[in-house]
Design a protein around this ligand. Structure first.
Ligand code: ZN
Length: 241
């Protein structure tokens, strides 16, 4: 079972291989694929296991195997690994600006203004429901605008004055705790994060789930819904706040 290094050869794309198995990971917005590839200069096709992002089909972290058994074993092992490998093509924050734009266009009108007391009450409620410790709230001057959650301080800096902006940062806090994120890891806005944020906007800001799912999906923010059916059916259940 050779592990031939084919990285020096021309790049391989998902369409170059006959895909046998495929898994979509909403956390990294990437696919893990297993398949066979027939190179023109070789007699027999070889088996490939690799990753590619949703927005670029170039295969990365390519492992090749003579036998399909070896490829299957590697595919299964990679599935149990927590996440896709670090790679520039698997930039998990590539849709950040697109998410901000969607929130500004579709949610601003439904996002209630909140004062500090209401913000603290909202933080308490969300953190109790999601079983995380409450992040500290720094109530910054409103004229600055913006909001940020800082992982290693477990603290939200808040200049915005609306519920959706606070819930967005709380989604970052939940995401960081759930996935045990490194203090210096940047904010990530992958589809898994967008689903979590949407869940919060529905439960605590009362924004309709179907409205958000349709518009966010049209903006391409929700990942691969075909592969995400479980996630979809869970999040699609409107829960009373
Ligand atoms: Zn964010």
């Amino acid at each position: 079972m050779g592990n031939r290094d084919i990285r020096k050869k021309p790049p391989l794309f998902a369409d170059d291989i006959a895909v046998v198995k495929r898994h979509y990971d909403a956390q990294s917005d990437a696919y893990l694929v297993m398949g066979t590839h027939q190179r023109p200069d070789l007699k027999k096709p070889f088996n490939v296991v690799a990753w590619h992002s949703r927005h670029n089909k170039k295969l990365i972290d390519i492992k090749t195997f003579d036998s399909q058994t070896g490829a299957r074993a590697h595919f299964s092992a990679a599935l149990t690994a927590p996440e896709a490998p670090e790679h520039p093509l698997l930039d998990r924050d590539w849709q950040k600006d697109r998410l901000y734009k969607w929130e500004n266009s579709f949610l601003n009108d439904s996002s209630a203004r909140i004062n500090k007391k209401e913000a603290l009450a909202l933080i308490r409620r969300v953190c109790k429901d999601y079983n995380i410790s409450e992040p500290e709230l720094e109530w910054c001057a409103a004229k600055k605008g913006g909001a940020a959650y800082v992982i290693d301080e477990h603290k939200i800096y808040f200049s915005d004055r609306d519920a959706v902006s606070l819930l967005h940062e709380l989604a970052h806090a939940i995401d960081a705790v759930r996935h045990d994120k490194e203090p210096d890891s940047g904010a990530e806005h992958a589809p898994a994060f967008v689903w979590l944020a949407i869940e919060l906007y529905n439960r605590y800001a009362g924004i309709r789930m179907d409205y958000m799912i349709v518009s966010a999906n049209n903006a391409g923010l929700l990942g691969d819904l075909q592969e995400n059916q479980m996630l979809f059916s869970t999040a699609a259940m409107d829960r009373a706040p």
